[in-house]
Design a protein around this ligand. Structure first.
Ligand SMILES: Cc1cc2nc3c(=O)[nH]c(=O)nc-3n(C[C@H](O)[C@H](O)[C@H](O)COP(=O)(O)OP(=O)(O)OC[C@H]3O[C@@H](n4cnc5c(N)ncnc54)[C@H](O)[C@@H]3O)c2cc1C
Ligand SMILES: NC(=O)c1ccc[n+]([C@@H]2O[C@H](COP(=O)([O-])OP(=O)(O)OC[C@H]3O[C@@H](n4cnc5c(N)ncnc54)[C@H](OP(=O)(O)O)[C@@H]3O)[C@@H](O)[C@H]2O)c1
Length: 281
């Protein structure tokens, strides 16, 4: 039997008509324990279905050290027909009550140990497509809060510049890295816009194409990601975390497989792997 808890929507920031940042506070005031990279299941009664509760999973963008609220970034699914829960969510207001089931999921847990038991000190590269950035917003804030010393790069892919949902927060985290020095906090954030030819994106001067193009080698042999970090990426020095459309996962693997990278799903006999992912479909 599913045990639904109740929370209240305390904050709604509409980034555009079909993209929202929403905060929930459990009605008992206690934010549940969770790990960066996990998702929470939320639900609302659907009036077109006899008020049956429709539940869906959403990656948590806030970090476990934030005991004030759970933050989510949600796309209103409109095509081919309006989504059952997201249509309700986009009609919801601050103060409305919502059901939730405790956070879970291990696909995107931050790897702390290598198979031989030693600490995993590899560089962390997070690749988020669209709302698939959410788990990595949680990663970045968590790793910052605990003073993690690993090198961390967050790459976000979006169709439009106004969908760079956490640009300010992630730029601030990079600025903190510049201010305090890489030995204290080693963090970079970059984005790629996949529809650069569209008028709305005319001011964009950064990387273009889908987010996996950060991994495509250029003429000189280095990819834009390698140029950014000033190092050749190998399976011994980097672990990737990817969230987005299956095409994003496949695109990442198309670039990384030739270098011997394998996913956690296909880990080697000795338990080693270099890519963790969660796909939309
Ligand atoms: C682990 C996990 C984490 C997630 N995290 C996020 C997140 O952070 N942010 C986010 O926005 N989403 C996230 N999702 C997706 C989310 O769970 C929902 O799937 C999504 O919001 C759509 O829900 P919905 O009820 O609105 O759509 P649904 O009603 O479930 O519809 C889903 C799709 O099916 C189509 N469809 C439905 N019925 C029909 C039909 N009869 N014929 C043809 N097509 C149909 C819809 O048009 C839509 O494209 C996550 C999913 C998972 C599994
Ligand atoms: N963990 C999860 O399972 C999870 C997490 C978050 C969201 N979701 C669900 O995923 C759906 C869409 O997410 P979104 O709206 O955030 O994405 P989106 O904004 O439509 O797309 C984000 C980026 O991915 C690219 N893209 C689109 N289709 C692709 C494909 N087939 N292969 C590779 N790249 C592709 C887009 O490029 P173009 O500009 O070329 O289209 C864009 O650059 C929503 O229904 C959401 O609910 C699931």
């Amino acid at each position: 039997m599913v045990v639904d808890n109740k929370a209240t929507i305390t904050y709604v920031q509409l980034l555009k008509e079909d993209l929202v940042i929403m905060r929930l506070v459990p009605n008992d005031g206690i934010v549940p324990e969770y790990q960066a990279g996990q998702f929470i299941t939320i639900g609302l009664p659907n009036p077109t279905e006899d008020n049956k509760i429709v539940r869906r999973a959403y990656s948590i963008a806030s970090h476990p050290e934030n005991r004030k609220y759970i933050e989510l970034v949600i796309r209103w699914v409109r095509k081919p027909i309006p989504g059952r829960l997201t249509t309700q969510l986009f009609n919801a207001k601050v103060g409305d009550e919502i059901s939730w089931i405790k956070p879970t999921g291990s696909a995107l847990s931050i790897n702390e140990k290598l198979p031989d038991g030693s600490k995993d000190e590899r560089r962390i590269v997070c690749i988020g497509g669209g709302t698939g950035l959410a788990p990595f917003v949680s990663f970045a804030q968590h790793l910052h809060a605990v003073g993690d010393k690993r090198e961390i790069i967050v790459l976000h892919g979006a169709s439009y510049v106004d969908e760079l949902s956490y640009k300010d927060l992630l730029t601030d985290l990079e600025d903190d890295s510049l201010d305090r020095g890489k030995d204290k906090w080693n963090f970079k954030y970059r984005a790629s816009i996949s529809r650069p030819q569209e008028w709305f994106n005319r001011s964009w001067g950064g990387q273009t194409g889908r987010v996996e193009t950060f991994l495509r080698p250029k003429d000189g042999g280095f990819s834009p990601l390698e140029e950014l970090i000033g190092d050749k990426i190998t399976k011994d020095n980097t672990i990737f975390y990817v969230c987005g459309w299956q095409g994003t996962i496949d695109g990442v693997m198309d670039f990384m497989k030739p270098s011997g990278f394998v996913t956690q799903h296909d880990k080697r006999e000795n338990g080693s792997f270099e890519v963790k992912y969660e796909s939309y479909g």
